[in-house]
Ligand binder design. Structure first.
Ligand SMILES: Nc1nc2c([nH]c(=O)n2[C@H]2C[C@H](O)[C@@H](COP(=O)(O)OP(=O)(O)OP(=O)(O)O)O2)c(=O)[nH]1
Length: 128
């Protein structure tokens, strides 16, 4: 039987018409994604995002608009990916868990290979 999906939040840090994307290390697949991570027990989704963006990027963010959710089945696990826009409140971005970052407009996203779970979100952002 397939186990319950893992709830993951992704933050779309937005600055004008640009969004921040981050790239996993090559030994983790090297794919592009949005910063974020697993929601821990007792945590709200925005609370998890604030924590993850602090841990991963060293920034304080305000969580804004809820964007979408995607249920994606990877071979080894299922992920329910829920995304929110975020706004930078304080700090300079530092990469603690990723090998690269890029500020792009959604129309530039075809040049980057995203995790499969992120593809519907990327398409949504192109049309927003
Ligand atoms: N942060 C993030 N994770 C994503 C995205 N798309 C996607 O499929 N994922 C997957 C990768 C991971 O399996 C999971 C995120 O959890 P995580 O960031 O805590 O994963 P991890 O493997 O680094 O953490 P851990 O298992 O070592 O605790 O969701 C995305 O856009 N952002």
């Amino acid at each position: 039987m397939m186990s319950a999906p893992i709830l993951v939040v992704a933050g779309v840090l937005t600055d004008g018409d640009k969004i921040l994307i981050t790239q996993r290390f090559d030994n983790e697949g090297g794919l592009w994604e949005f910063p974020g991570g697993k929601v821990e027990q007792g945590e709200s989704e925005p609370g998890a995002l604030v924590r993850e963006l602090w841990e991963e990027l060293g920034i304080k963010v305000k969580v804004g608009e809820y964007l979408t959710e995607t249920l994606h089945h990877y071979p080894a696990k299922s992920i329910l990916l829920k995304s929110y826009r975020c706004e930078l409140v304080e700090g300079d971005i530092a990469l603690h868990c990723h090998q690269a970052k890029a500020w792009i407009t959604p129309s530039e996203s075809d040049a980057y290979t995203f995790s499969d779970a992120d593809k519907p979100l990327v398409e949504l952002l192109k049309n927003k």
